[in-house]
Design a protein around this ligand. Sequence first.
Ligand SMILES: [Zn+2]
Length: 139
Amino acid sequence: MLYLSEREKDQLVGHSRREYPDEACGILAGKGERVQKIYQMINADKSTRTFFMDPREQLRVMKEIRSSGLDFIGIYHSHPESRAFPSTHDVKLAYYPDVWYVIISLRDKDNPEIKAYKIVEGKIEEESIGLNPEGTPRL
Ligand SMILES: [Zn+2]
């Protein structure tokens, strides 16, 4: 189970819409199963079908997460035209077995879909997304 607040869901969808038709990507920081901070990253691929985070930007964000007392708990990206399910390419690049992979699909423009997965050794498991109530203490 991964917990997101409504505001965080809006941030994910907003970022995905701003990058459309390219894929948007970013990092989720939090504690345990609760997302507390979203880092919008640059998609170095500038692609409608793939994403790749700049390793230097990623390193900088990882350091910032650690120094703020949070953990790196997830990676998100958008699927501008396809469903919210990891592509073969996504699975190939899923290096972190312990984090959630969140995909935002804009295939239905008026009803964006957000799904979360764990990807371990090429195996995809869907995880449910719970509502993190607003007002949860943030660090
Ligand atoms: Zn993808």
